[in-house]
Every structure is written in C-alpha cells, then in structure tokens.
Design a protein around this ligand. Structure first.
Ligand code: CP
Ligand code: NVA
Length: 302
C-alpha cells in the first residue's frame, strides 16, 4: 500500500527513527562521494502554489542524486489553477509519475490529492503543517543532542505551520516543548489538546523569557507566513516582544542552538547577530532538508 506524508502523525515513532538513521547514513555517503541511485527511472511531480527556495531545490537535487527525475509545476501553471478538480489531477499524475510533492494553502487540498492518488503524496508545506521541515530539523537537533528524552525545545513567535509541526513531533518523540506565542496567535488547539490528553510535555505560554529558560533548542520563524502578507505590519507590532536576540538567547543553556527554517526576516523575529552567530544551526538545518528528504524519497518511492 502506498504511504503519504501529510503530517508527522502519518508516521510511527519507529518510522521516524528509521528515517533519521537513514538520513544520517545518506549524508555520510554523500560526504564520501559515494553514488547511490535507487530511484533511477522514477519521477517526482512537484506542485507549488507558493514560492520556495529550500523545499524545491532540496527535493529536485535529492531526486537527481538518487538517480531520479523531478518535474516542477510552478504556481498557477497547472490546470488546477483553472479549476480542474483535485481528484482528476491525482488520477492523471498517478499514471505518469511515482510520487508528488505539493506546497499549497489548505491542508485539505493535500489530503484530497492523497486520497485520490495511487502514488505517495508529500506535503511540502501548507498553512497548517510543514512535516518535511520539522523532521529534517530533528536530524539537526540529533546531531548536536543525541538523546532527545532530556531535551527542552522552545518555540518563540507565531503559532503557525511550523509550531504545529513541532507539536506533532512532540506527540511522537520524548522531548519537552515550550511554545511562547502572543494571545490570538496560538498553534492548533486540537493538537495542543491531543498533547495534553496523551500526557506529552507540551506547554503554551505568552512569555518568551519563560519558554526559553534552560532549553537546548530555540526555534523561531517569520511573523507573517506566506499568504499573510497584508497582516505583516500589524503582526510586527504584536510580535515585537518575541524577537530571538542575544538577550533572549542568554536565558537558554550555554550549549543551546538556534533554529530557523528560513527564509528569515533579520531584525524582526531574529537578529542578524543571532542568526549569523556561533549558536545558529540554521545553515546545517537547511542542508539537512536534502538528506532527510532523500531518506524519505527512497522509502516512499523506492
Ligand atoms: N524552509 C522552507 O521550506 O523554505 P522554502 O520556503 O525556501 O522552501
Ligand atoms: N511559516 C512560514 C514557513 C516558510 C518555510 C510560511 O509558511 O511562510
């Protein structure tokens, strides 16, 4: 049976662990210059309704490195933009290619595509989830802190798709997650309730200082996500106390790392000093998209 990755909750804990281990191995092989082309003859379609640098390039490069091919379908350039139904698109793509990555607005669109496709569907970001990012981020975190069970992770800023994705990761793995979000900008309530009901250590506060105290990982993201451009000015006011800067970073553990999925708005959610500083893991984090997604593609399409 085909498998999809629409949210982290589509995977079991064991599958996440296996993918992380495989990603580390593929990363090492790439460093050694070892060729590995299990996806020769396979094709990945990539439907993008929003812009992208990392997701597009890491999936395309990953497919090429694994011996396969990818087809980038830019915003507005498929017949879906002219209202061809998603189920029809899913059926047709299933006759041509071996998998689909889709970046779009509504999570329901990704779910509908997956329901009607005979091939694996990978969520390349929606308004509510970005599973490939958080799973790659776990690889980055693991490289620095092998034992997740004693790890404290803070999320500072908008309760957006990345915040939700971190909650889904905490539902499967054993780290403690503190989220600091302004009132009215909280992550998905159902996910928070699920964490509470299952006894997971996921805590929501409005106080960024409290959230980062003694943590090993600080995470942030833009204050206005793609599709929220017209709210950007208003959000800049609300989110001002949530900037990840040197003062805030001092409250975390001395060995703490800072993650940002990028693109970053320097001087807003993060200062240049922190993003370019010695505790920033953002560039390794961007690189690890490639290695994690290669493990994912190999598993789903292989
Ligand atoms: N982090 C991330 O998904 O970046 P892109 O928007 O550039 O793909
Ligand atoms: N929250 C951001 C993430 C970008 C990778 C957005 O959705 O725009």
């Amino acid at each position: 049976m085909k498998r999809d990755l629409l949210t982290v909750l589509d995977l079991t804990r064991e599958e996440i662990e296996a993918l992380l281990a495989r990603a580390r191995e593929l990363k090492a092989w790439q460093r050694q210059g070892r060729s590995h082309t299990p996806l020769a003859g396979k094709t990945l379609a990539m439907i993008f309704d929003k812009p992208s640098t990392r997701t597009r390039v890491s999936f395309e490069a990953g497919m090429a490195q694994l011996g396969g091919t990818s087809i980038y379908l830019a915003p507005g350039q498929t017949q879906m933009a002219r209202n061809e139904p998603i189920p029809d698109t899913a059926r047709v793509l299933s006759r041509y290619v071996n998998g689909v990555v889709i970046r779009t607005f509504a999570q329901e669109t990704v779910e509908e595509l997956a329901r009607h496709a005979d091939i694996p569907v990978i969520n390349g970001l929606t308004d509510t989830h970005h599973p490939c990012q958080v799973l790659s981020d776990l690889l980055t975190v693991r490289e620095r802190f092998p034992d997740l069970s004693h790890l404290k992770v803070a999320w500072v800023g908008d309760g957006n798709n990345m915040a939700n994705s971190w909650i889904t990761a905490a539902l499967h793995l054993d780290f403690t997650l503190y989220l600091a979000c302004p009132k009215g900008y909280e992550p998905d309530t159902a996910l928070l309730q699920q964490a509470q009901k299952t006894g997971k250590r996921v805590y929501l506060t409005q106080d960024p200082q409290a959230a980062v105290a003694d943590v090993q990982v600080i995470n942030t993201d833009v204050w206005a996500s793609m599709g929220q451009e017209e709210e950007a000015a208003a959000r800049r006011q609300v989110f001002k106390p949530y900037q990840v800067n040197s003062e805030l970073l001092k409250l975390a553990r001395p060995e703490a790392i800072v993650l940002h999925c990028l693109p970053a708005h320097r001087g807003e959610e993060i200062t240049s000093e922190v993003l370019d500083g010695p505790q920033s893991a953002a560039w390794d984090q961007a690189e690890n998209r490639l290695h994690f997604q290669k493990a994912l593609l190999e598993w789903l399409l292989g």
